[in-house]
Write a protein that binds this ligand. Structure first.
Ligand code: UD1
Ligand code: CA
Length: 454
């Protein structure tokens, strides 16, 4: 089969976004709309992706870290036909070409697959949709036998044509060699003075090509974004689909309308996810994981049976089976908690390896630290890991007990089964089974007279 080339139109200004950010960089599910389209093109196995840019070209390019994209500049926006024509020199003669739009982010690849898979030199594939309100769209004109004849733009349509509810999504597929003969012959003698890509439909019909029409399962798949209201509408549709998938795969959601997945989330069975939980980046959740309300979980792996309580923020962490986190815990990158660990309220961890069964239950900072098994870190313990210039390690052996309100001044290590008295500032290493106390001794002064008011 001939190679597939995708041309993505993304040169328009998007003035209705009222934004300094180019429209195609506005995010859906945390990623620029254009990146969704590029990802879909890749899923289709495109040999090359050509993106036509104009307004905000530099920022669009620099926001897109894609070696596989060929950037094509359209200096003046003279119409969709003119935009595709800018890519013609980069399209091999034997290619099949699929035209997509940087502001139509959520087309499923299955929908496009059916458009391109059957494509040959004698057909043009067109994606249409039937709308209750077709206002503003190009209308699909069919003859009495129902065969597509042409597309007429809203502004060029007769009153009769304006009654047609089947509209052009803009997405089409056709052999490159046809585009190379048709596009240079487009005229801009129409109501908008633009070179319309849609005029190639009538050209195809005239040359005896078949127009093969398909429609998406859901109109949201072909909905474009012109303003922030439409952006929000598509975001909600996307998130609802994510919620539906998670429920299908075995998660109970307290409210499918109050979960956001901005990345890749994979799950086991029998999960519970409470309201207002946000997932970012790559997150994997085992079976029987429970997540309380208001958690933010990014780039994390959470094993079976772990319980993440309300309002915990987890970023770049690995959490072992049956661990209990939060409420109000903050796990930062490099945190690795083994099975049956506990990290409680108002605890912050960073680059911390915590062995099986260890507990940091309250109000602590544990950074650049390695804890063995069954360590108990008392409330208010701080690893003093930073001298203002460099960072140092704290090492706590198996079974260490750290009394409350301890400062561990790194680099420092406390060997197995040692005990640190509460309120200590530990600056020297402690050997195994030792008790270390480093605080001023208590003095009780009897006969003390309280000061009196003058
Ligand atoms: C286009 C279609 C219309 C269809 C509608 C679907 C044409 C002539 N009309 O109309 O049939 O129903 O989309 O939304 O194709 N663009 C460029 N360079 C240009 C012009 C446009 O890159 O010179 C890009 C825009 O950034 C935009 C897309 O192409 O992403 C569509 O352009 P727009 O002007 O919005 O076309 P419509 O008038 O909506
Ligand atoms: Ca449009």
């Amino acid at each position: 089969m001939s190679p597939l080339h995708v041309v993505i139109l993304a040169a328009g200004q998007g003035s209705r976004m009222k934004s300094a950010l180019p429209k195609v960089l506005h995010p859906i599910a945390g990623r620029p709309m254009l990146h969704h389209v590029i990802a879909t093109a890749k899923q289709l196995g495109a040999e090359r992706i050509h993106t036509v840019i104009g307004h905000g070209a530099d920022s669009v390019r620099s926001a897109t870290d894609e070696a596989s994209v060929n950037w094509v500049t359209q200096r003046e926006q003279l119409g969709t036909g003119h935009a595709v024509a800018q890519a013609l020199p980069d399209l091999p003669d034997d290619a099949r070409v699929l035209v997509l739009y940087g502001d139509v982010p959520l087309t499923r690849h299955e929908t496009l697959e059916s458009l391109v898979s059957t494509l040959d030199d004698s057909t043009l594939g067109l994606l249409t949709v039937t709308l209750d309100n077709p206002q503003g769209y190009g209308r699909i004109v069919r003859n009495t036998e129902g065969a597509v004849q042409s597309i007429v733009e809203q502004k060029d349509a007769s009153l009769e044509q304006q009654q047609i509810r089947e509209v052009n999504t803009g997405i089409l597929a056709v052999a490159a060699k046809h585009l190379k003969t048709w596009l240079p012959t487009l005229s801009n003698a129409n109501a908008q003075g633009e070179y319309y890509l849609t005029d190639i439909i009538a050209m195809a019909v005239q040359q005896g090509l078949g127009v093969s029409v398909s429609q998406p399962d859901n109109p949201y798949e072909v909905q474009g974004v012109n303003n922030r209201l439409q952006l929000a509408e598509l975001e909600r549709w996307y998130q609802r689909q994510q919620a539906d998938r998670l429920m299908t795969e075995g998660a109970t959601l307290a409210d499918p309308a109050r979960i956001d997945v901005r990345g890749e989330l994979s799950i086991g069975n029998d999960l519970w996810i409470d309201v207002n939980v946000v997932f970012e980046g790559k997150v994997s959740l085992g079976s029987q994981v429970s997540i309380g309300p208001g958690c933010v979980i990014k780039d994390a792996t959470i094993a079976d049976g772990a319980q993440i309580n309300a309002h915990s923020v987890i970023d770049g962490a690995v959490i072992g089976a049956n661990a209990q986190i939060g409420p109000f815990a903050r796990l930062r990158p490099g945190t690795e908690l083994a099975a049956n660990t506990k990290v409680g309220n108002f605890v912050e961890t960073k680059k911390a390896l915590v062995g099986e069964g260890s507990k940091i239950n309250h109000l602590s900072y544990v950074g650049d630290a390695s804890l063995g098994r069954n360590v108990n870190v008392g409330a208010g313990t701080i690893t003093c890991n930073y001298d203002g210039v460099n960072k140092y390690q704290t090492v706590l052996g198996d079974g260490v007990f750290v009394g409350s309100n301890t400062a561990l001044v790194a680099p420092v290590s406390v060997a197995a089964d040692a005990t640190i008295g509460a309120g200590s500032t530990i600056t020297r290493n402690v050997a195994d089974n030792e008790l270390a106390v480093a605080r001023g001794r208590q003095r009780n002064i009897s006969g003390w007279e309280k000061p009196k008011k003058h």
